[in-house]
Design a protein around this ligand. Sequence first.
Ligand code: SAH
Length: 412
Amino acid sequence: MLFKVKRLGQEGIFVAMTEDKVIFLKPKKEVSILRRHPWVFSGAIRTMEGSIQSGDLVAVHANKGRRLGFGHYSPGASIAVRMLTFVDEVIDQAWWNTKIGSAVRMRRELGLLGEDSNSICRLIHAEGDGLSGLIVDYYGGVVVVQTHSVGMRKSLEMIKIALDYALGKNLFGIYNKSAKILRKLGVESEDGWIHGAAPEPWVPHEYGAKFEIDILLGQKTGFFVDQRENRYLLGKHSKGKKVLNVFSYTGGFSITALLGGASKVDSLDSSSRALELAHSNAEINGFDDSVHGCIEADAMEYLKSGVADYDIVVLDPPAFAKSVSARHKAVQGYKRINARAMESMKPGSLLFTFSCSQAVDDRLFTHTIISAAIQAQREVQILHRLHQPPDHPVSAFHPEGSYLKGLVIRLN
Ligand code: SAH
């Protein structure tokens, strides 16, 4: 049995790289890995050598024996190995420091770590940052980690050290919010602070808008970080306008519209808890009930009653298609809700409409919105095509990472 053992990191963690945990692929199944796509599907595996456990770091070899790289093994999952590297290197603390350091440097260069007008961003976007299975969001010095694989769960200590090392004075606390995701993979784990805690006062901000973030009970890591640039664009269109923010969650689009000079904004969501936070976010930004209203309702039901009162409508629903097999139904859902909004919108009004379903790509989404306009018998112009921001990068080798798309259309 071959071992490379290294002493690593400031806290003296020992990491053993065993080269006896090897997965051999079936003939020709190495093609996508040679193109640096990071997923090995279970059906591509020919044999496994060594006592490989869930979450282990394994060497992946082509059928004829050529080593292709190393990744985390997940038994029972359709993605059986999530590749971490395609070259011969040791995945040790120094590796994590380099990888996470590079991701953090990019966000710092984008002005997203609080020195400039933004202190909310995604620090690590899984495959987009070469770390399949890891999501890390940053909220004004508080970091929320989500491990989506057992391998990442087992690497948590090294991830924590690397984040601390990379963020330095920009870090107050790290919260691990992975229990719900890991339970689905059959692993019990608890959410909680794994380093420090939130500072007092704690006011993360986005283009000058202050936000209360409920990292413990909120959806995802607490906030929909990916809409920052699209919210900013809404702000620029909002002066003197009446805005309806459908699927508002905690009021992200509502607050930017208000700061952009909207005369009135209504936040609509089916979750009363989300609306409580939307209300409080409006308050901490200086807007009272005379300019910000909360509507607890089902979006489709509400849209049926007509939205002719509004100059701008935002539609940012949750992902309708969680998989390719659900795509057709999802497209019907997007068409129905967009057509319903368009039917009663007044001439000259704007619709900011989005899809965060990875399975519905740009072209299909545009076609769906055009079909909705035809169904609603409205003339529409496309003013902007929108995407996810650069702190949600897409690896050129993993186009599946592109998921958020939006259109701003004008109804005539
Ligand atoms: N635009 C938000 C994020 C939206 S997330 C932002 O920028 O932060 C999707 C939201 O849709 C969630 O808050 C969820 O509670 C809400 N939702 C889901 N189904 C709904 C329905 N049928 N009617 C109204 N809201 C719904």
